[in-house]
Design a protein. Structure first.
Length: 307
């Protein structure tokens, strides 16, 4: 049984709004029948009303993501190979992460001498300013990028309901840079060399925002252990605090714990700002797998999001 967000009625077959993620009864299932926060900013991302001629990509009303994709030498219009990424910051970030990961494998195999100076932020060369950004999209292995991708994939679309494309990019890149530089500073203070890479700072910032906005959102840790989101976030923070003094200047177990904490703090601050300035509505739980009646799960999908 689920509870309607509007009238509180208990329903056995709930409807989940694909725009705001809320749970509703049959009477309030349409976005027009409830205060749908997602509907206000909806710009037809699926191209339902698109005639095939997109005049906004290069125009004044184009989103930041659309402008970036419009500059690529690939068709990003409706029906093109990258159409799914238009107006979707989350998927664009994931695309950049995985393309960068593939580039890492190629460079490491062909030009290993350039690997560190291109993809990693290091205490040896903090003056390589491009690595402040490239290190955000780089990862140390398949497991590393997989975990960050899962967090961004599930929580990112929920964040996109509250931030514009530009704000989303600013949060992700800004928190990533601050997290990396903070880890670098911590390593200098503790006199420990460090090689820093990964999107964990940005992912933790996203988690921090959603924790403030939906602290009691039910998530499934390790896919089967239910808990409120604030408990999961508190657990991550406690682990980072516990291991910050580990070997490698806060890189205990090969994890940049100082970077995690800084990213989380940035997200918590942004989340508090959003909470004070916007109406907060969203799903009651994230689960992994098929959702309720209407389609597959995942935040923003017609089914119930699972994590």
């Amino acid at each position: 049984m689920a509870t309607c967000d509007v009238c509180g009625a208990s329903v056995s077959m709930p409807y989940n709004c694909r725009h705001c993620g809320g749970t509703h009864c049959s009477e309030h299932r349409l976005p027009e029948n409830h205060d749908c926060s997602g509907l206000h900013g909806w710009n037809d991302p699926s191209g339902v009303f698109d005639s095939g001629f997109d005049e906004t990509v290069n125009g004044e009303n184009a989103s930041t993501t659309d402008r970036i994709l419009a500059k690529l030498p690939i068709d990003t219009g409706p029906g093109g190979p990258l159409a799914y990424f238009r107006g979707n910051v989350t998927y664009t970030i994931l695309l950049f992460m995985w393309v960068t990961f593939l580039a890492q494998l190629v460079v490491e195999f062909i030009y290993p001498q350039y690997y560190l100076r291109i993809f990693t932020l290091t205490t040896a060369h903090p003056e390589y300013v491009w690595t402040w950004v490239t290190s955000i999209f780089s990862h140390a292995g398949l497991t590393h990028i997989a975990f960050n991708s899962i967090a961004i994939f599930f929580f990112g679309p929920l964040l996109a309901r509250y931030l514009s494309d530009r704000q989303y990019w600013a949060l992700f890149l800004g928190s990533g840079v601050l997290a990396g530089l903070s880890q670098l500073l911590f390593s200098f203070v503790t006199s420990q060399p460090a090689i820093i890479l990964g999107a964990s700072g940005g992912a933790m910032a996203i988690l921090g925002v959603i924790t403030i906005l939906h602290p009691n959102l039910k998530v499934y840790f390790m896919f089967f252990i239910p808990m409120p989101l604030w408990v999961l976030t508190l657990g991550f923070a406690a682990i980072s605090l516990l291991f910050m003094g580990g070997a490698g200047g806060g890189l205990g177990g090969g994890v940049a714990h100082a970077a995690h904490l800084v990213g989380l703090l940035v997200g918590l601050a942004v989340g508090e700002y959003v909470k004070r300035t916007q109406t907060v509505r969203g799903p009651k739980q994230f689960q992994l797998g098929p959702g309720g009646p209407g389609g597959p799960g995942g935040p923003g999908g017609p089914g119930r999001g699972r994590f």
